[in-house]
Design a protein around this ligand. Structure first.
Ligand code: 1HE
Length: 260
């Protein structure tokens, strides 16, 4: 599983954190067919010790989106399959085995924003900017952006970005919901690692519920959502680990929620 444009490192004493880094800085980490397939493969084959993953990009930019040099003359059928290839890869990121944190800096544009939006947490440093240049390139999003990005920032903001080429700064992006964290320049990766380490200490079933049940419940009509929530809650609380954690708190041996 080696590829010149992507690197996998497994960190931590118990090998709990996977760091997946795009290493195509010369091309601003633009994603060609081979790289999107490699992203898919890396998320499919994470070692079983891994409990959380961080995705990062080498150089000054997280990701410049689709490699436009590969946008040859495709007929409609080939275009459909190309988009479905991105969907399959980013589905492995969103619904893979572990929560994924994107460490953002510089350009997070086009397919780069689609990749970031498939992650569970986005940490952006102050150099980050967001755009969807598809609108001005005469194309459309094809990597799941039409589904995921409106769920983060709303369809109206996405429409504006694509119609007018509007660029959101790091601060604006955090305000509208592109990223959950805004951190000083150069610290997105270390913050993402800190969060990954914390996430890795959660009960695996809780992380699983947040990744796989919550987004589905959020899409269900309320009546079905309440029922699915009750099923998931019952499964999670029945795990021996949940009982141990609650007992530890009641015995004064677990951390309290601290006021900020
Ligand atoms: C690229 C790409 C790319 C850079 N495909 N080669 N995405 C875009 O429309 C964004 C296009 N990129 C940019 O606007 C800028 O490159 C950046 C703002 C990201 C960075 O600017 P800068 O000044 O640091 O770099 P640069 O000089 O523009 O680019 C350096 C090299 O990377 C240069 O190649 P070189 O051989 O001349 O050195 C660029 O051509 C190359 N490069 N971005 C190919 N995207 C699933 S559908 C998703 C649809 C989309 O993502 S569309 C949006 C595509």
């Amino acid at each position: 599983m080696t590829h010149k444009d992507i690197q996998l490192e497994i960190c931590g004493a118990e090998k709990q954190i996977a760091v997946i880094r795009l290493t195509r800085a010369k091309k601003r980490n633009a994603i060609n067919d081979s790289l999107i397939l490699a992203i898919r493969e890396h998320f499919e084959k994470l070692p079983s010790s891994v409990r959380a993953a961080v995705i990062d990009g080498d150089g000054e930019h997280f990701c410049a989106g689709l490699d436009l040099s590969e946008l040859q003359e495709r007929d409609a059928g080939q275009g459909l399959l190309h988009s479905r290839m991105w969907h399959a890869a980013l589905e492995r990121v969103q619904y893979g085995p572990v929560p994924v944190i994107a460490a953002l800096h510089g350009a997070v544009v086009g397919g780069g924003l689609e990749l970031a939006s498939a992650c569970h947490i986005r940490v952006a440093d102050e150099t980050t900017f967001y755009a969807l240049p598809e609108g001005s390139r005469g194309i459309f999003v094809g990597g799941g952006g039409a589904v995921r990005i409106p769920r983060l920032i709303g369809a109206a903001r996405m429409t504006d970005m694509m119609l007018t080429g509007r660029v959101y700064s790091a601060q604006e992006g955090e305000r509208v919901g592109m990223a959950q964290y805004l951190v000083p320049t150069g610290t997105a990766f270390s913050k993402a690692m800190e969060l990954a380490e914390r996430i890795a200490t959660n009960a695996p079933l809780t992380n699983y519920a947040l990744m796989h049940a919550l987004p589905r419940i959020a899409e269900q009509p309320a009546d079905q959502g309440f029922f699915t929530e009750a099923m998931m809650a019952a499964i999670a609380q029945s795990a021996p680990e949940a009982k141990q954690r609650v007992q530890a708190f009641l015995a004064g041996k677990a951390e309290k929620v601290q006021k900020k």
